[in-house]
Design a protein around this ligand. Structure first.
Ligand SMILES: [Zn+2]
Length: 430
């Protein structure tokens, strides 16, 4: 099958006017100008001797008879968008928690709201979240769930990395057990990872166990790090609302109140005797970094992936995200939506626009990279030639298409897009 569009945005070279993509099964087999793709397709079919082995030509022949073209008309076809940080568990909390006086008050408020939800509520909430993400052109999502035992009940409509969000603040002696139990549930899914929640809720043992599993199973890891000013004062000063709240729960607070703080433990443990796993870690937030943190990450040759959630960041009024400094240091930066307990919808288009407001010098093309190419890299999908985040032969046929009148730069048009869009997943309209 050939899909033709007014413009094809491959994220490799410049956008292709009057472009087309040839698809076989779930993969892209050719991309270029419509005329050329069509001619190559025709020629492949004509040249392939009958009965020849499954060469590209005979695969194409089986793919569709010549002339099987889906013309999208005045549309831009782009790689499906990839959300690298969200919690679909809380889709049903949209608009339920107004901005609070402090981050700690927000944690209290979400805990109270969660206590009123049943298993059925969570399943419905996750399903609703998937449907919404899909409507906004998202074909791949990294979803953190606090309830891995529920995921067997969910038939996700888009490509999903299921991360079990793990907390052992009340029972640090059970860290291994908590991880192993979550894995039992995760294994019902093809793609999964582990998310020790944060340094203030997950013990060093929990982090180590997750790293051990990541080595063994070759999975991705994610965590929340340096998100709020209160987390900073908890670890650096040994005081503040988060410090008091967490201490009350019974967490040992010996790692708080030291000048060198959060970043020297957990995933960035410089003293670790194990080989670091930077390629496995997707670190959410990093809003609050001290100069010594910058020294530490600057000196390290290991670069993990960073996900910034612009609208959730705005909701909490965190300190400005140090985008330029982190980018110059060589980090791979992506965008996520976070949950609807601190955001209004699951649109990555809206995240690109929110980011652009804070960073007007970042080009629309770079914005789109943060939810395609960079995000695929964060999920380890750019290795060995890659499979996601671009329109390129060999990649999954995952696309988003949006109306495009060609009145201005296509990247500007994509970033400005504010409607529901159509997605293609593995070569099928989804
Ligand atoms: Zn989060």
């Amino acid at each position: 099958m050939i899909v033709r569009a007014r413009v094809v945005v491959t994220m490799d070279g410049p956008p292709i006017e009057n472009g087309a993509v040839a698809i076989f099964d779930d993969r892209i087999v050719d991309v270029g100008r419509f005329k050329e793709v069509k001619a190559r397709y025709r020629k492949s079919i004509d040249d392939s001797p009958p009965g020849s082995s499954p060469s590209r030509a005979s695969r194409l022949r089986r793919a569709a008879p010549a002339g099987s073209v889906v013309d999208l008309g005045e549309q831009a076809l782009l790689p499906g968008l990839i959300n690298t940080h969200c919690h679909l568990d809380y889709t049903c909390l949209r608009g339920k928690i107004g901005p609070q006086k402090s981050f700690t008050d927000w944690i209290r408020a979400i805990n109270a709201a969660k206590a009123r939800l049943s298993e059925e509520d969570y399943v419905a909430s996750i399903n609703e979240g998937f449907a919404e993400a899909k409507r906004f052109g998202t074909t791949t999502i990294a979803n953190l769930t606090a309830y891995p035992e529920l995921i067997a009940k969910i038939d996700e409509p888009i490509r999903t990395w299921w991360f079990a969000e793990l907390i052992d603040i009340r029972s640090p002696d059970r860290a291994n057990e908590i991880v192993d139990l979550a894995i039992e549930s995760l294994k019902s899914k093809k793609i999964w990872g582990l998310a020790p929640h944060a340094l203030f809720t997950a013990s060093p043992n929990l982090f180590h166990r997750c790293e051990e599993i990541a080595r063994r199973e070759n999975i991705s890891l994610t965590t929340h790090l340096a998100e709020s000013r209160e987390e900073m004062s908890m670890f650096r000063d040994g005081s503040g609302p988060l410090y008091e709240f967490i201490k009350e729960i019974g967490r040992p607070m010996g790692d708080c109140g030291h000048e060198a703080r959060t970043l020297t433990s957990g995933p960035l443990d410089a003293r670790s005797d194990r080989a670091p796993l930077p390629q496995k870690w997707i670190i959410a937030h990093l809003n609050e970094l001290s100069e010594s943190d910058f020294d530490l990450v600057g000196r390290s040759k290991w670069k993990f992936h960073i996900v910034h959630c612009p609208r959730s960041h705005g909701y909490f009024a965190h300190s400005p995200f140090p985008f330029e400094r982190l980018r110059v240091l060589g980090f791979n930066i992506c965008l996520g939506t976070d949950s609807l307990a601190s955001n209004e919808n699951l649109s990555l288009f809206a995240e690109m626009r929110a980011f652009q407001q804070n960073e007007p010098n970042v080009s629309p093309r770079e914005l789109l990279e943060m939810v395609t190419v960079n995000a695929a890299r964060a999920l380890n999908q750019s290795r060995n030639g890659g499979t996601l985040g671009r329109i390129r032969p060999g990649f999954h046929a995952d696309f988003t298409s949006i109306p495009c009148r060609g009145l201005r730069d296509v990247f500007e048009e994509i970033v400005a897009f504010d409607q529901a869009s159509t997605i293609w997943l593995d070569g099928k309209r989804a």
